[in-house]
Ligand binder design. Structure first.
Ligand SMILES: *[C@@H]1O[C@H](CO)[C@@H](O)[C@H](O)[C@H]1NC(C)=O
Ligand SMILES: *[C@@H]1O[C@H](CO)[C@@H](O)[C@H](O)[C@H]1NC(C)=O
Ligand SMILES: *[C@@H]1O[C@H](CO)[C@@H](O)[C@H](O)[C@H]1NC(C)=O
Length: 342
C-alpha cells in the first residue's frame, strides 16, 4: 500500500509535468482522468522531497506497473508542512537527478511560479570602514586647501567603530586647523597617515592665533600610524612673528603675510584614552610638536620629531595631566626641550 501511494504520487507528478509541458505523451485515458483532479502543486514539492531518496526512481517504476487505485488523494497530498519549503527552494536550483527522463528537458520550461523560490533576501550592505580623504575631495597637490575633505572624511569615519581614515602616500595635503573630535565618535578609529600634511600658511585661517593645529579630542581609542609627515611649516611663524619687524616694512611687503603671535602646537590630544602615535614624523612645528593633555593610556613609538636647532621655543612632546604614558624608540631633535612634563 505504501508503494502504491508513492506510485500514485509519481503518477500525479508525471501527469502534471506532461500537462504543463505541452508534450502529448500521455494517452487520453489517464490524461482525462487526471485532468479532472486539480493536482495541487504541493504534490510536486512532495515528490521532490522524496526525490532525495536514492531508490525513489525504482519505486516509481513499480508504481507504474501496479493497477491504479483511485484512493482519495487527501492522505498522500496532505498539506506540506512549512518546514519543507527550504527543500523546495533547493530542489529548484539544479536539475534534479530524479526527474523522469521523458520530461526532464521540458520540465525546466514549466511555468513554475507555484514553485517560486522564497524571495532572495537583499544582500546585507557591507559597511565601509575605510575613508580615504581623496574620496572626500582632497587634492593633495601641496597647494589646494584640503581642510574640508579631511573634515568630511573624519565625520564619516566617526560614525563607524574601528574605522580607518586614510591619508595616502606621496601626496601633500594643505590643511588648516582641524579638531578631530569627539564625544560622539565610535571607538578605536585609526588615522593612517602615509602622505604629508602641510600646515596652511595663509593667515586667514589662523585668525588672531590658535593653540593647536591638529587636535584629537574626547576619543576612546585613537591611533595615528604610518610613514607620513606632519609639517607645521613653522618657518612662517619664526620669520614673520619676529618682534623686531618694523611696522613700516609690513606696509611695503604686502605679499608677506604676518602670522599671529600665538603659535600652535602641531598635534594635540585632549581628554582621550587609549591613544597611540607610531611611525610618523612631525617636523617644523611652529611651537610644541606633540602634546597630550588629560589623556589616559598613551603609547608613542617610533616617532620622529625634528625642527631646526635654532627654531624658537619648539618643544618635542608635552605631557599634561596624562597617565600611563609610554614613549619609546622615538627620535627627537628640537630647538628647546625634548619632552616636557607639566
Ligand atoms: C585600543 O585601541 C586599539 C586600536 O585603536 C584597539 O584595537 C584596542 O582594542 C584598544 N584597547 C582598549 C583596551 O580599548
Ligand atoms: C618606524 O616607522 C617607519 C615609518 O615611519 C617604518 O618604516 C619602520 O618600519 C618603523 N619601525 C619600527 C621598528 O616599527
Ligand atoms: C624645516 O625648517 C627648516 C628651516 O626653515 C627648513 O630648512 C627645512 O627644510 C624645513 N623642513 C621641512 C621638512 O620642511
Amino acid at each position: 500500500m505504501r508503494l502504491g501511494i508513492k506510485g500514485l504520487t509519481f503518477l500525479l507528478l508525471l501527469v502534471l509535468l506532461v500537462l504543463c509541458s505541452n508534450v502529448s505523451v500521455s494517452d487520453a485515458r489517464t490524461g482525462k482522468h487526471w485532468r479532472q483532479k486539480k493536482v495541487p502543486s504541493t504534490s510536486l514539492m512532495r515528490r521532490k522531497v522524496k526525490g532525495k531518496n536514492g531508490n525513489s526512481q525504482k519505486q516509481y517504476s513499480k508504481g507504474n506497473q501496479n493497477p491504479y487505485q483511485p484512493t482519495p488523494s487527501t492522505s498522500p497530498n496532505a498539506p506540506v508542512s512549512p518546514s519543507e519549503s527550504p527543500v523546495q527552494g533547493r530542489g529548484y536550483q539544479g536539475p534534479s537527478p530524479t526527474m523522469p527522463p521523458p520530461s526532464s528537458g521540458s520540465g525546466h520550461t514549466l511555468p513554475s511560479p507555484p514553485l517560486l523560490l522564497p524571495p532572495q533576501p537583499p544582500a546585507a550592505p557591507i559597511q565601509n570602514t575605510v575613508f580615504n580623504v581623496i574620496d572626500f575631495g582632497a587634492r593633495g597637490d601641496g597647494v589646494t586647501d584640503d581642510t574640508q575633505a579631511f573634515e568630511a572624511a573624519w565625520a564619516a569615519a566617526c560614525k563607524v567603530e574601528a574605522s580607518t581614515v586614510v591619508v595616502p602616500s606621496e601626496l601633500e595635503f594643505v590643511v588648516g586647523p582641524i579638531s578631530f573630535s569627539g564625544p560622539y565618535c565610535k571607538p578605536n578609529i585609526l588615522f593612517q597617515l602615509d602622505g604629508t600634511i602641510l600646515a596652511q600658511t595663509s593667515t586667514r585661517v589662523w585668525g588672531s592665533g590658535l593653540l593647536q593645529w591638529l587636535e584629537f579630542t574626547k576619543l576612546t581609542g585613537i591611533a595615528i600610524q604610518g610613514s607620513g609627515v606632519i609639517n607645521g611649516r613653522g618657518q612662517e611663524w619664526w620669520t614673520y612673528s619676529n618682534p623686531n619687524d618694523d611696522d613700516d616694512d609690513e606696509e611695503y611687503n604686502v605679499g608677506l603675510e604676518k602670522m599671529p603671535q600665538m603659535k600652535p602646537t602641531a598635534l594635540r590630544f585632549y581628554g582621550s584614552s587609549n591613544v597611540s602615535v607610531t611611525g610618523i614624523t612631525i617636523v617644523n612645528s611652529s611651537q610644541c610638536h606633540l602634546k597630550f593633555d588629560s589623556c589616559q593610556g598613551v603609547m608613542v613609538h617610533n616617532l620622529t620629531i625634528s625642527s631646526p636647532e635654532n627654531s624658537p621655543n619648539t618643544d618635542g612632546i608635552h605631557l599634561q595631566n596624562s597617565k600611563e604614558v609610554s614613549i619609546h624608540h622615538t627620535n627627537l631633535a628640537c630647538g628647546k626641550s625634548l619632552i616636557k612634563l607639566n
